[in-house]
Design a binder for this molecule. Sequence first.
Ligand code: NAP
Length: 364
Amino acid sequence: MSVYRINIVLFGIRTIGSALIREVIKNQQSLLDHHNIDLRFPIIANSNLAFFEKEDQKNNWEADVNQLTIPYTMSYIIDRAKEKGHENLIAIDATRGPEFAKSYISLIQNGFDIVSVNNIVNSLHHDYYTEVRRNLKKYNTEFLYESHISPGLAVVDTIKDLQASGDIVTKVRTVTSNSLSYIFSRFGNEAVPFSKILEDAEKLGYTHNDSREDLSGIDVARKLLIIARELDQKVELKDIKVQSLLTESISKSTSKVIYNSQKKILDRFFKIAKQNQKEKHVLRYIGEIDLEHNTFEVKLVSVPIDSNFGQLKAGEHLIELYTLNTGTTPIRIQGAAFGKQNTAKSILNDILKIAERKRTAVYS
Ligand SMILES: NC(=O)c1ccc[n+]([C@@H]2O[C@H](COP(=O)([O-])OP(=O)(O)OC[C@H]3O[C@@H](n4cnc5c(N)ncnc54)[C@H](OP(=O)(O)O)[C@@H]3O)[C@@H](O)[C@H]2O)c1
């Protein structure tokens, strides 16, 4: 079988984008040897500049990107890719924020498959969500995003497999925040103030730059929304009831300086919440979908220390899927889903899935 070349057009080249390039370079030979797949990056772009590979350049991307980038528009990238005859084009969305979502439809209409790590795109308005899927069907292209919930854990694939088998998910419970998993695991086991553990989580890189994004619950809510939509629920972010862990005085509307100087305000609330629990219970911040009662919630709960949620180690994710077939014993997907390398591996897995399906389609 001849070598199957995949041309990756990468958007976003800072933390995750560069980790992906390194992961591909690290695995390039073994992908060739074991899968006969040659992954190349002919076009790499950040928010306003793009690098276009010349035939004799390979793997020197850092120097090239620093020296040889030019301003671009999306239609220029699409035209250039066609003009160069690049086949099997996969666009990678390793951008941050909602801006790049505007380009999805035109990429799909021009035959690009898409792998995304930017989960904001799947939590935009449902009309956009369905428009993307309508176009994917029409243009026979794929959109994979396993890293949107827990990089490295096959949450989306498991749901799709359950649906394909005819089973019906009735309830979902999740811990999908690296930072809040870390914080509550330690808070349950140690006699240390909440704010001290929060600061440790910040130093270790578990939180966003502004940890209020974690404490507000929006990140967990966004992931819950993505799961809900996988379960064919027509819901928006506003339909998810979110219990924020922030107090009014240090909410997003106050400055970061004030927030940083007043984190200790949180200690009293969490000390009381800890004390008010039944014996041998710990706090966890969970997302919950109950389709029987049509509820979508993100909240602080108290769970037995010997339960699956109570046993979670610092930083671990856990997704429980209750289905009609499995009854009261849920399917559990659990593990560490932290770090740029883990995320890069998850993107690479999605790329390889698309590559294998494309190749199978060509040879069948
Ligand atoms: N970091 C992690 O550990 C992690 C883990 C899981 C998921 N994620 C998700 O992965 C995505 C990337 O994260 P990151 O940490 O790599 O972010 P980052 O360090 O902020 O880098 C974002 C990159 O995207 C580029 N970009 C922004 N808007 C763009 C646009 N409209 N078109 C093209 N490029 C654009 C930026 O270009 P400029 O340099 O020009 O601004 C930058 O290169 C985010 O959505 C994040 O939520 C990150």
